[in-house]
Ligand binder design. Structure first.
Ligand code: GUN
Length: 313
């Protein structure tokens, strides 16, 4: 039986509407959340992501500002910018878009962001809060994955979850959220023995590897929920055939554009999974929606004491 498609666009729209309603009610009390985005240089993919983040703020009534230091910026110049944003009270969230150019010490920059404004949830203080189940800011993509599962009524507690990929941004925090949700969690990586066999144990399989269509049908227990975090551009015709042979719509796109997008999960998996996120339109839209949630949450956590309207929020 074909898998249920978990519609990330629909879930993200629900979350955005909830944030917009709360932002509107806070505006009545004279407070507005604010997000500062730092985009260094001219990385094409980063420019697209940042445009989406700023546009989403505009749509939801969140104040935003974009800082665009040149590609040649030094670590100390960037540190000064972050420290300035840390000091400004109207800025609730700071997001430094990654990757940063090689001359910049990324770890130093991420460490400099005030943990209370760290809407990416990358600061070690927030990583620690997550692993010890204290209130804090959780990375956006992992938080979005949990929202997809919860809002699709897919149980987490007691389930076998397998996370493929151990990145600081997705794999590790996703594993932590699943543990906190009482799943039994296995994290796989390039040295895992019998990767397909381990993945076949999963009731919930999270693919966050960054390799086009690597998770094939032999990785998936029939009926499992499969969450595909990958977004890979396919330009090689042989690779395209491996993934999409016989798919007339994709063949048309590939012919006209010379490329198509695919996740880390092979499209054939939709024939065995019970539920699956599509690419595009699955996890991707949740990342920006959860950034909006985090900006609002950062404001509430940081300003609760000083603004009476927030103590109820
Ligand atoms: N680059 C790719 N994904 C992300 C993300 O979630 N946050 C930041 N800051 N940079 C990214």
């Amino acid at each position: 039986m074909a898998a249920i498609i978990l519609d990330g666009n629909k879930i993200a729209a629900e979350i955005r509407a909830e944030v917009a309603a709360e932002v509107k009610s806070l505006a009545g009390a004279g407070v507005r959340p604010g997000l500062a985005v730092v985009l260094v240089g001219n990385n094409a993919a980063s420019e697209i992501y940042v445009r989406g983040k700023v546009k989403s703020c505009e749509e939801l009534g969140i104040y935003s500002e974009k800082h665009t230091p040149p590609d040649t910026v030094s670590t100390s110049e960037l540190l000064r910018l972050v420290e300035d944003l840390n000091r400004r009270d109207e800025i609730d969230g700071i997001l430094v878009q990654l990757p940063l150019p090689p001359q910049v010490d990324s770890k130093k920059i991420l460490m400099a962001v005030d943990p209370a404004k760290d809407v990416d949830g990358f600061h070690p203080v927030n990583v620690g809060f997550l692993s010890t189940q204290r209130p804090g800011l959780v990375p956006c993509t992992p938080a979005g994955i949990i929202e997809i599962l919860k809002r699709s009524h897919i149980p987490i507690a007691g389930q076998e979850a397998v996370v493929v990929g151990r990145s600081d941004i997705v794999g590790k925090p996703t594993a932590m959220l699943l543990i906190n949700g009482n799943a039994t969690v296995t994290v796989c990586h390039s040295k895992t023995r019998d990767l397909p066999g381990v993945c076949r144990r999963a009731d919930i399989l999270i693919a966050a590897i960054g390799r086009a269509g690597m998770v094939t049908r032999d990785f998936v227990k029939p009926g499992a929920t499969v969450i595909d975090v990958g977004i890979n551009k396919v330009t090689d015709p042989a690779e395209f055939q491996r993934l999409f042979a016989g798919n007339a719509k994709r063949e048309e796109t590939f012919r006209s554009k010379g490329s198509t997008l695919v996740g880390d999960v092979h499209p054939e998996v939709a024939e065995v999974a019970g539920a699956i996120t599509p690419v595009p339109g699955g996890v991707g839209p949740l990342t920006i929606a959860m950034l909006m949630v985090n900006t609002l949450r950062a404001m509430k956590l940081r300003r609760a004491a000083e603004i009476p309207a927030l103590s109820k929020a």
